[in-house]
Design a protein around this ligand. Sequence first.
Ligand SMILES: [Zn+2]
Length: 165
Amino acid sequence: MEARFCPRCGAGLDDKPPTTCAACGYALFVNARPTASLIVHDGRRFLALRRAMEPRAGLWEVPGGFCDGWEEPAVAALREGREELGVQVTLGDFVGMYVGSYDYQGERLPVLDCFFLATFDDGAQVTLDPRESSAMAWFDLDQPPPLAFETMDRAVAEAARRLGR
Ligand SMILES: [Zn+2]
């Protein structure tokens, strides 16, 4: 995080965050921002989307995104499923959470990536959002392609272990 001014009083900061504003005493922390993602599976395979947006456009990922404000990660995961897949998924077990890096406008931010298992209901019709994803494919849980974010590799490996793959 490259903040150079106090967001409360506007004074210049002596150090990069984490630091405390010398003028007003406001403490600036550096915290991982929470995200929530879905590992949609059929017991053997999981669903991956090809990223249409930077960062990491063109690489495979699992559906997900940043949590809004006070939104619970499980609620965010369901919302991202509706936005990116066009369907209401059924959430399964929580897989885990992992700290990763996200490059945003020249900054490298810490993120806290939360992953949930999920399944489709019978007859679910996926509709991709073309701004987000250019393709979808099912991959064996134990043979995933290179994924856009390292935390996704870890989560898919854990999901494969949980599901006995
Ligand atoms: Zn200040």
